[in-house]
Each structure stands twice: as structure tokens, then as C-alpha cells.
Write a protein that binds this ligand. Structure first.
Ligand SMILES: N[C@@H](CCC(=O)N[C@@H](CS)C(=O)NCC(=O)O)C(=O)O
Length: 258
């Protein structure tokens, strides 16, 4: 297992510190780790307490989620887009943001569909809340998901809209990968790896996680991450899983180190 330090110890350290949730392959956190891996960026991993009060983290970063990236005395970066710009600045090569403006607009547009507010991951979380906060669940699990539901605005309307929204983003990605394949590329944009490939690959864990030997998850998390929603399952066309497997095999660390 990766080595994590406590927030209290990390605050006074220099350099790059990245707050993550040990043992949980959350897409935003795995994507931050993927970028750090590809860029070989030295960093200290810092522990977020899953669904804990995280008071030291709130004092340090003014929020409680993971991931967060903190560079020296600069303001903490708690969103994927700020983190990408920071990592790209600290280690410009290999570049994960396309230099071509059309490719760049395409990449950030699709990345926002996957990772932005009301994007794929956000809506997939609504479905987790829907499926794991009912009265049939053990109280501890039910309360955890109800907490997430309150925090991230998951009411009945949001849950009802979520499957189609997830499927919409998956369809956009699948179309993109198909047209790239026709041009002879296995990547989402252009001819080489970009951050979008990492985001798509990490987000796919919320449809079908990597097998247990490549990503060891507790039975609960495996159940939560594997969706049985018929609309989302219908959108899970093979090219999406093939792309995820290709990106992990070619560019990322396997088995996943949580
Ligand atoms: N702030 C990140 C997203 C991070 C995020 O939402 N993390 C969630 C994953 S479920 C989290 O840590 N939730 C636990 C909590 O809110 O206590 C971004 O917008 O890029």
C-alpha cells in the first residue's frame, strides 16, 4: 500500500503534497495519481479520512474532499482543472494538454463532461446515492450515502436525470474514440496521450472497475462502483472498456496502488 502522511504533518512540508483517500479508487484521485505517474512528479501522499470530519484538512484547504494538490505555500488546488495546470507547469513533459487550440478545446470540453459539476462522475455518484441510501441498506452504509446525497445535491429529480446524463457522456466518448480509431489513433484526441485519456480511463471504474487482481477493492466498494443501471449499462459499449484497458496497460501503474 502507498505511504500516506497525516494532514497535520503535511502542512509544514515543502514541495508537492497530494491529499488522497487511502484504499478507494475514486476517479478524481486516480486521475491525479495517473498524471503524477506519467509525469514522474515527486510528491508526498496525504491521508483524507473517508467521510470523516476531516477538520485538519478543512483548516488547511477550506474543504473536505479529495484529491487536493498543495504546492509549497500556494493556495490548495481542490479541482481537477487546477490540478492539471499545476502538474503541467511543474513537469511540462510529457505534455498532457494539447498544444493545438482545436484539440485543446475539445479535450477540456470532454474532460468537463466527465469530471466537471453535473458531469459523468457527478451523476454516477447520484446513482450510488440512489442505490445505497435506501431502508434496505445497513444503517452505516445508508447514512454515509445519505450524507453524500445531501452534500452533492442528490434529490429525486437529480437521481431521475442521472442515468441519461451518464449515458450521454459515455456516448460522446465512444463516438470520439470511434472516429479516432478511423484515423488510426487509440487516444481520445490527436495521436498521443492527453489528460482526457486518463480521465476517461479512471472514470470507467464507475461502470466496471478493473478486476480484483489489478485493483483490490473491498466488496462494498466493488458493488458500489459496478453499476447495474440499465441505461448506463447499455451505454457501456466495448470501445470504452478497451480504451481503459489500453491506457492502463500502456501508461499507468498496475496493479493500482491504493
Ligand atoms: N473537488 C473535486 C472533486 C472531488 C470530490 O468530489 N471528491 C469526493 C469523491 S466522492 C469526495 O472526496 N467526497 C467525500 C466527501 O465529500 O467527504 C473536483 O471538482 O475536481
Amino acid at each position: 500500500m502507498a505511504h500516506y502522511v497525516d494532514v497535520e504533518d503535511a502542512v509544514g512540508m515543502p514541495g508537492l503534497r497530494v491529499v488522497l483517500t487511502p484504499g478507494v479508487p475514486g476517479p478524481w484521485s486516480e486521475a491525479a495519481k495517473a498524471i503524477l505517474h506519467v509525469k514522474k512528479l515527486a510528491h508526498v501522499k496525504v491521508r483524507q479520512e473517508l467521510l470523516g470530519s476531516n477538520l485538519p484538512l478543512i483548516r488547511w484547504t477550506a474543504q473536505a474532499t479529495a484529491p487536493v494538490a498543495v504546492w509549497n505555500g500556494e493556495p490548495p488546488r481542490s479541482t481537477w482543472i487546477e490540478q492539471l495546470y499545476l502538474f503541467e507547469w511543474l513537469a511540462p513533459e510529457p505534455a498532457l494538454i494539447p498544444r493545438d487550440v482545436d484539440e485543446r478545446m475539445l479535450m477540456f470540453g470532454l474532460a468537463n463532461e466527465i469530471f466537471g459539476e453535473n458531469g459523468f462522475v457527478w451523476n454516477r455518484r447520484h446513482l450510488m446515492v440512489r442505490d445505497f441510501s435506501g431502508p434496505d441498506q445497513p444503517p452505516e452504509i445508508r447514512e454515509s450515502f445519505r450524507f453524500l446525497g445531501r452534500k452533492y445535491g442528490c434529490g429525486d429529480a437529480a437521481a431521475a436525470a442521472a442515468p441519461a446524463r451518464c449515458a450521454e457522456v459515455m456516448g460522446l466518448l465512444a463516438d470520439r474514440l470511434r472516429s479516432q480509431r478511423e484515423r488510426g489513433s487509440r487516444y481520445c484526441v490527436g495521436a498521443s496521450l492527453t489528460a482526457l485519456d486518463l480521465y476517461a480511463a479512471c472514470a470507467y471504474a464507475l461502470v466496471s472497475p478493473l478486476p480484483q487482481d489489478l485493483c483490490a477493492m473491498t466488496p462494498l466498494f466493488r458493488a458500489v462502483y459496478t453499476t447495474g443501471d440499465p441505461v448506463v449499462r447499455a451505454a457501456a459499449v466495448p470501445i470504452l472498456g478497451e480504451h481503459r484497458d489500453f491506457i492502463y496497460r500502456q501508461h499507468l501503474e498496475l496493479p493500482v496502488d491504493l
